[in-house]
Ligand binder design. Structure first.
Ligand SMILES: CC(=O)SCCNC(=O)CCNC(=O)[C@H](O)C(C)(C)COP(=O)(O)OP(=O)(O)OC[C@H]1O[C@@H](n2cnc3c(N)ncnc32)[C@H](O)[C@@H]1OP(=O)(O)O
Ligand SMILES: CC(=O)C(=O)O
Length: 544
């Protein structure tokens, strides 16, 4: 049986840019358009030419893409011809293959927002679409507030859409503009609209996520016969966002009945780039990627509970609905107080530690993790600290050096320009290679800015570690997170430090104490030890 074509239309650069706090630069728009094109989207809506300088500049320097680049705008305003509407002219002047115009399909909005008669609005829609088609462009009509309009006045909502189709629109897109429609309602209305004579293969769906149902409503519309879906990467969009293409694309490619029934422009090979594209967008937006995002989140294939892991090790499909590599994601088995021996052995193997199934050290490690998590530690994220703890229990952690003492002071004082500035100074005394070494460091960066007491401590600790200093030269701290948590009955500070090195490795360590400096020092110490285990293990000597 041959598959039917289902078209995907991306509006990240238009409705996605209507997200509060999101403003793409022209260069970022180009980068996103190219990534969407490589994925295989059919249409990429670049923005509203003429509405703002960035959108206009994007169309002026439009990237060469295979997808249909689409300019967005609104139907002509009343009282002037389509040819004489300056807003529409700016949209047409972008010169794109496809033009999508939004227009009213809810009678209430016609009379209230536009203040014109229902007939005049139908004629404005008809004339605007005819104008686009007459200029040799593919025309799309976004029927704004369609579902709310249909519920109030079905005949009028359908008449507006019919006018757009008769004027030559390739697609009429039924929009749930306020995002309040539910899947069963969408299914019923799309079915009725098709029965009323609007052909399903010319109908699209545009949903918003105000009830967390945008993806479900899009699928309901497809089930009922619509053949184009509009959505955005990572579900960006006005208010709560649009239908999330990052969830829809894998669903359409990997789940039945969609996989058997439809051909979408995205190939199975391109799907493997989805997680990367999703993270690229977060990177552009300077957002921390949502761990729990379906398919592409860091936790989408993280198996924490002991029961899950024991089965996963026998067959991953026991607790995974799809193979993580199909969307470019990866399976994670974090360590935590939810773990059993299966998690533990899997994690130890990944760390290069092979332990027999009945080794009593396994029980000791698990006990220690559970006790420490009760005290406020979190090994779920701090996998490097987990590994060090396990090595210690297994007698496989060399004592590279011994910390004899440390201190850090923070001072506020006037600089030479008579401005109050902070300066931290740290002193660390270690015994390494049988020799006691005292290192002092300040918190000031090369440019003179204060980097704080933890930075001073890190510099002092790594400053003179004898034979190991060379190994640590390419290591740097990249993130520092502090959380006040409840350890036992007391409030304690938990510090998580992320480090990376010149070999592209990134690792997280944890420290817990009532005192933030001690918690930070513990996490720093783990960070350095983990690096030394990796790169200086065989040379390690046990301190006297
Ligand atoms: C549902 C959606 O998300 S559609 C996308 C919405 N996106 C945006 O609004 C972002 C870009 N918009 C803009 O930059 C500006 O609104 C512009 C440049 C388009 C227009 O700006 P202005 O001319 O200052 O108008 P303003 O934004 O105040 O109001 C919109 C006007 O368009 C009219 N209008 C709204 N929809 C339509 C339509 N489909 N067809 C014709 N006119 C319309 C409104 O009635 C209003 O007219 P009025 O000022 O005579 O009352
Ligand atoms: C067109 C559009 O973005 C909407 O109706 O939501």
């Amino acid at each position: 049986m041959s598959k039917e074509r289902l078209y995907l239309y991306d509006t990240t650069l238009r409705d996605g840019q209507q997200t509060q706090g999101v403003q793409f630069s022209t260069a970022e728009k180009v980068q996103i358009a190219q990534a969407l094109d490589a994925l295989g989207l059919d249409y990429i809506e670049g923005g509203w030419p003429g509405a703002n300088p960035t959108d206009s500049a994007f169309f002026e320097t439009a990237p060469k893409i295979s997808a249909r680049l689409t300019a967005f705008g609104m139907t002509k305003r009343a009282g002037r011809s389509a040819e004489n509407d300056d807003v529409l002219a700016a949209v047409m002047n972008a010169g794109t293959q496809a033009v999508c115009l939004v227009g009213k399909s809810h009678d209430y909005h016609v009379t209230q927002a536009l203040g014109i008669s229902l007939e005049e609005n139908v004629e404005n829609v008809r004339a605007s679409i005819a104008h686009v088609v007459a200029q040799g462009r593919e025309a799309l009509f976004d029927a704004e507030h369609f579902f709310d309009g249909y519920k109030d006045n079905p005949t009028y909502a359908v008449d507006v859409c019919r006018a757009a189709l008769e004027a030559g629109a390739r697609w009429v897109v039924l929009c749930d503009t306020n995002g309040g429609a539910l899947p069963a309602e969408v299914s019923r209305i799309v079915t009725e609209v098709i029965a009323a004579g609007l052909p399903g293969d010319r109908l699209g769906i545009h949903t918003h996520n105000d009830t967390e149902n945008a993806v479900a409503c899009s699928l309901a519309a497809v089930d009922a016969g619509a053949r184009q879906i509009q959505g955005t990467l990572n579900g960006l969009g006005e208010r709560c966002g649009n239908a999330n293409l990052t969830a829809l694309i894998p669903t359409l490619l990997l789940k039945e009945p969609y996989a058997s029934n439809f051909d979408i422009g995205v190939s199975v090979d391109a799907l493997a780039g989805l997680t990367r594209v999703s993270r690229m967008l977060d990177d552009i937006l300077n957002r921390v990627p949502s761990k729990q995002a379906a398919y592409v989140g860091a936790s989408a294939f993280a198996h924490k509970a002991g029961l899950h892991v024991s089965a996963i090790l026998k067959d991953p499909s026991t607790y995974e609905h799809v193979d993580p590599t199909s969307v470019g994601n990866a399976r994670i088995i974090p360590m935590s107080n939810q773990a059993g021996q299966s998690n533990l052995r899997k994690r130890l193997t990944e760390a290069g530690l092979s332990v027999d199934k009945d080794d009593p050290a396994l029980g000791r490690i698990l006990d220690r993790i559970k006790r420490r998590e009760a005290d406020g530690y979190s090994y779920d994220t701090a996998q490097a600290s987990f590994e060090l703890l396990a090595r210690e229990e297994l007698g496989q952690l060399p004592e590279f050096f011994e910390v004899k003492r440390y201190k850090v002071t923070v001072e506020r004082r006037k600089n030479k320009y008579n401005k109050m500035v902070s300066l931290s100074e740290a002193v660390v005394v270690v015994k390494v290679d049988g020799e006691k070494k005292l290192s002092v460091s300040e918190s000031l960066d090369e440019d003179g800015s204060d980097r704080g007491p933890v930075n001073a401590l890190a510099k002092a600790l790594a400053k003179d570690l004898g034979q190991y200093s060379q190994v640590l030269a390419d290591m740097r701290l990249v993130d520092f997170k502090v959380r006040i948590t409840q350890g036992g009955t007391e409030a304690v500070t938990r510090v998580i430090i992320d480090s990376e090195d010149g070999q592209g490795r990134r690792w997280s360590t944890v420290g817990v104490s009532a005192n933030i400096v001690d918690a930070s020092f513990e996490a720093l110490l783990d960070a350095i030890q983990w690096k030394l285990v990796r790169d200086a293990g065989p040379q390690a000597v046990v301190a006297e």
